[in-house]
Each structure stands twice: as C-alpha cells, then as structure tokens.
Design a protein around this ligand. Structure first.
Ligand code: CA
Length: 228
C-alpha cells in the first residue's frame, strides 16, 4: 500500500511543524497549509486520505472549510479545537467532522485517532451511527431499536434484517438478496427463513405499534418506505 496523504490546516506554525514531523515519522506523506484559504484550496485541488483541521484560522475558519469540503467529499476530517471552543466542536461534529482533538493533545492519541479514522474511511465512507425511518430509530453502536423512544427488543438477526431494509429504504429487497446479506454463509436452505424473520419483526414492530412499516411485494420481497 502506498503512503497515505494527510493535509494539516493549522495556523500555529509550531503545532503544524510538530505534526508534520510526527506524522512524517509515522510514514504518512504530509502537506500543510497555515491559513484557511490556502487550506481549502489545497483540500479541493489535491487528493488526500485525511485532513487535520484547526478551527480558528485566518481568512476562512475551520467550520467554514469543513462545510465546503463536505459539499463534495467524505474524506475523514479530524478537527483541532482549543479548550474554550466547545460550541464549535459540537457544530463541527454536526457538520460531519469525524473526530476532534482538544489542544493541547498527546500525539499518541492523535495518531490513534488518525489510524481509526483512516480505517473507518476505507470500510465505509460515512460512518453512520443511527438509522431512522418513520419514528423508528436504530442505534448501530448499541444494537438498540426504539419506536417513538419506546425500546424494542430484537435478536441480532432481526436487528440486522431491519437494518438492511432501512439502509435500502424505498428499494424492494428480494428474499435472495436479504438471505445473502443478512445470513451470508451461516444458513443453507430456502428463502422461507426470510419470511419467518419478517413475521417476527412485524409482530414486534408493526403489530405492537399498529403501524405498517414493512410492506410485502408479492412474489419479490420486502420494502420499507420512507414516510412522506
Ligand atoms: Ca488556530
């Protein structure tokens, strides 16, 4: 694998220089910009694997840069914030920063976060932690489901099936496709197992809350439609 490229956008030269040395030492190819406008233009012109972005910057601030980058790219971005910039940190995460570090920070921690962000970036460009459809909310970290904040107990398989249907909402999922994705190679048999699990889900969600979440497309499969 060729070296991964990281852009550092940081106006404090001491920190920028320190990061460049440390990251270079770890084997990353490092580029830096010490002003907002320069940083944004580098981020837009060049191909990087990750961006380290300071919030307080001359000419264009980090939040604005983040907003602009997110219009066209899912590149992992770690924000650097000063201790008193808590509000900005929240805004940054809301606007799609992958992570943040509060200055001063331990370089080992930043390196660990960079590795984690790069790994997530490769597996899935947007690490979504919750899925939502029609009052139903799935927390992918906790494997928990709620309907209008009321908890629903699901087995792991039921959860995976529901998650897959919601990830592909408004698209009909065939039994074969569901079997392949949700059961992968753990199950050899006919696709009736999908119907059985759909029935479990319906009794726990549709019937219990008197809603119509999962629709059957006769002879094809199942679909969850987004409420208008
Ligand atoms: Ca700064």
């Amino acid at each position: 694998m060729s070296a991964q490229k990281i852009l550092i956008i940081e106006d404090e030269l001491k920190i920028a220089r320190f990061l460049e040395l440390e990251l270079g030492h770890e084997g990353y190819v490092v580029d830096q910009a010490n002003d907002g406008r320069e940083g944004l233009s580098k981020a837009q012109m060049n191909q990087y694997d990750l961006i380290i972005l300071d919030i307080m910057l001359p000419s264009i601030n980090g939040i604005e840069i983040l907003r602009k980058i997110r219009q066209s790219s899912e590149i992992p971005i770690i924000m650097l914030t000063a201790k008193d910039e808590i509000m900005d940190k929240v805004v940054g995460l809301d606007m799609g920063a992958n992570d943040y570090m509060t200055k001063p920070f331990a370089i080992e921690e930043l390196l660990a976060r960079i590795r984690a962000a790069l790994k997530r970036g490769i597996v899935k460009p947007e690490a979504q932690k919750t899925l939502q459809v029609s009052g139903l909310q799935l927390d992918l970290d906790k494997y928990s489901v709620t309907y209008n904040n009321e908890p629903i107990e699901l087995t792991k398989r039921e959860f995976d099936l529901l998650k897959h249907l919601i990830e592909n909402k408004n698209i009909v999922m065939t039994r074969d496709r569901l079997l392949e994705t949700v059961w992968s190679f753990d199950y050899v048999g006919d696709t009736n197992i999908v119907d059985v699990y759909i029935r479990y889900l319906r009794s726990k969600i549709d019937d219990k809350f008197n809603i119509k979440l999962i629709s059957t497309i006769r002879g094809v499969g199942y679909i969850i439609k987004d409420e208008d």
